[in-house]
Design a binder for this molecule. Structure first.
Ligand code: NDP
Length: 236
């Protein structure tokens, strides 16, 4: 049993974020999710936020603090892809992916930092991707944004490690969500051949790793990159 915490997960209305929220609820935490549309799982407080907008992130935190108390665990999960080959990638496709995946994480951790410093406790988990360190053809924008999260977590660790705050990265491989459902069947089969586990994972398998990083047991783990990828990214 771990100490019950106030947890905020961005992008918790579907996919991996939804599963992360479900896992924290099952473990007895007070859980809020941000969503631009839809709702988080039963038992979670849903607040509206667009992570590309600081004022919107600030308002969401304010609402969570008022209803559930200061945020002790934050999971920066909201993310998008706009895959295309480098020669066809527009500035907009690059900027919007970086703004959401990297800028969004920045806005969220910056806002969370205030309360965490005061409490001298905090758990920050950034959802990256195997592609961040492995690379991905057609994913210059996405891979860049996800690789940068490692530098972010490690810098936070150096800056705030002595204040009881940890910052870690979870790097999922192929997970069964809307994001991967877009891939053609033949491509999915091709990917499965290169994954040592021979399969994609359920979102709950990522959620378990995230919840563990936020638990009392993981207090001395910071600046780490935890792969949940069936071995796909080994060595990276
Ligand atoms: P989904 O596409 O299923 O969900 C993405 C979530 O991010 C949604 O809740 C979406 O909200 C939210 N979101 C997107 N843009 C914004 C924004 N500007 N402001 C607020 N919320 C936003 O993705 P997954 O669940 O698959 O992915 C979750 C995370 O995991 C992402 O960071 C992704 O990069 C990462 N990941 C996923 C992998 C996979 O195989 N699925 C593999 C590796 C990493 P809305 O519904 O409103 O659009």
């Amino acid at each position: 049993m771990t100490t019950p915490r106030t947890v905020l997960v961005t992008g918790g209305n579907r996919g991996i974020g939804y599963a992360i929220a479900e896992e924290f609820i099952a473990q007895g935490h007070r859980v809020a999710v941000t969503a631009r549309s839809g709702e988080g799982p039963e038992g979670a407080l849903t607040v509206r936020a667009d992570v590309t907008d600081s004022a919107s992130v600030d308002a969401a935190f304010g609402e969570v603090e008022e209803k559930l108390g200061p945020v002790e665990v934050v999971v920066a999960n909201a993310g998008i892809t706009k895959d295309t080959l480098l020669m066809r990638m527009t500035d907009e496709a690059f900027d919007s992916v970086v703004e959401t995946n990297l800028g969004g994480a920045f806005r969220v951790v910056k806002r969370a930092n205030k309360g965490m410093l005061k409490a001298r406790f905090g758990r920050i988990v950034l959802i990256s991707s195997v592609v961040g360190l492995f690379g991905g053809a057609g994913q210059v924008n996405y891979a860049s944004s996800k690789a940068a999260l490692v530098g972010m977590a490690r810098s936070i660790t150096r800056e705030l490690g002595a204040r009881g705050i940890t910052a870690n990265v979870v790097a999922p491989g192929f997970i069964e969500t809307d994001m991967t459902a877009e891939l053609p069947e033949a491509q999915q089969a091709e990917y499965k051949k290169s994954i040592p586990a021979g399969r994609f994972a359920a979102p709950s398998e990522v959620a378990k790793a995230v919840a563990w990083l936020a638990s009392d047991d993981a207090g001395y783990i910071s600046g780490a990159v935890i792969p949940v990828d069936g071995g796909l990214g080994m060595g990276h």
